[in-house]
Design a protein around this ligand. Structure first.
Ligand code: BTN
Length: 230
C-alpha cells in the first residue's frame, strides 16, 4: 500500500480524506499533528513521539450496516500491538483503548457512503508511545513508555500496528479485549448520567447494559461510557 510520511500536518484524517478522489488505498503517517481531531468534535493532543496515522481504504459492496467491523478491526489491531509490547489493553466501548485504567489510544473513523454501502473509510489512530502528555491529561491518559519504562521506537510500533491492521478477520478479536464487562459503569446520555452494568456489544456496535434491572441497548453516537478514573 502507498505510504506518505509527514513531519507535521493538521490532521492525518483530513489529509487522507482530501485524497479520496485518487481512488487508491493510502496510509498517512505524521510525526506530529497541529490540529489532531478526536470524536465528538474534540481535539486530540498529538505531540512528537506518538503514533498518528490514518488508513484510507476503498471497498466494494461493503454494507454500511457492517460499519462497526471497521472499528472492531482497528481497536483489535491496536490491542494486539500493545500486547506485543508487553501491555494488557482493554477496549473502552466504542473506540478507546485503555491500559491500567488510563487512555492510551483513540480511534476516529470517517466513512464515505455510496447508497447503502461504505465506499471508503478513513481509520485514524492516535497511540501514545513516548510523547509528552499535556498537564490536563496526565491523570487520565498514559503512554507505552510510562507503562513499560522502555523506550520503544515509534517506527517499530507503527510497523507492528500496520501488520495487524492488514490482518484479515482481526475484528473478531474485539470481544476478547472489551473491558469492564459485568462491571458497574456510568453511561453519560447528554446531560444525564446513569449507573449501568455492562453486558455485551453486538455486531452493529450497540452496547447492551443493565439499567435498573432492565436490559437496554445504547449507541455510541448518543451515549458515552465513563469508568471510575475518567
Ligand atoms: C478520540 O480519542 O476521540 C479519537 C482520536 C483519534 C486521533 C487520531 S490521530 C490520527 C488521526 N488524525 C486525527 O486528526 N485524528 C486521528
Amino acid at each position: 500500500m502507498k505510504r506518505v510520511f509527514l513531519r507535521e500536518i493538521n490532521s492525518t484524517n483530513e489529509y487522507a480524506k482530501a485524497r479520496r478522489g485518487l481512488g487508491e488505498n493510502l496510509l498517512v503517517i505524521a510525526e506530529r499533528q497541529t490540529g489532531g481531531r478526536g470524536t465528538k468534535g474534540r481535539s486530540f493532543s498529538s505531540q512528537k513521539g506518538g503514533v498518528y496515522l490514518s488508513l484510507l481504504t476503498f471497498y466494494k459492496d461493503f454494507p454500511a450496516l457492517n460499519a462497526f467491523q471497521i472499528m472492531q478491526g482497528a481497536a483489535a489491531a491496536v490491542c494486539e500491538t500493545l500486547v506485543c509490547f508487553g501491555l494488557k489493553p482493554k477496549i473502552k466501548w466504542a473506540n478507546d483503548v485503555y491500559v491500567n485504567g488510563k487512555k492510551i489510544c483513540g480511534i476516529l473513523i470517517e466513512n464515505a457512503l455510496k447508497g447503502k454501502c461504505i465506499a471508503s473509510s478513513v481509520v485514524g489512530i492516535g497511540l501514545n508511545v513516548s510523547n509528552e502528555l499535556p498537564k490536563e491529561l496526565v491523570d487520565i491518559a498514559t503512554t507505552i513508555y510510562k507503562e513499560t519504562g522502555k523506550e520503544i521506537a515509534v517506527e517499530e510500533v507503527i510497523e507492528t500496528l500496520v501488520r495487524f491492521l492488514e490482518e484479515k478477520n482481526i475484528h473478531e478479536k474485539y470481544a476478547q479485549y472489551l473491558g469492564w464487562l459485568n462491571e458497574e459503569v456510568t453511561l453519560v446520555i447528554g446531560e444525564k448520567e446513569t449507573r449501568a452494568k455492562l453486558l455485551s456489544v453486538d455486531e452493529a456496535g450497540g452496547l447492551w447494559a443493565e439499567v435498573d434491572g432492565e436490559k437496554k441497548r445504547f449507541v455510541a453516537a448518543e451515549v458515552s461510557l465513563r469508568i471510575a478514573r475518567d
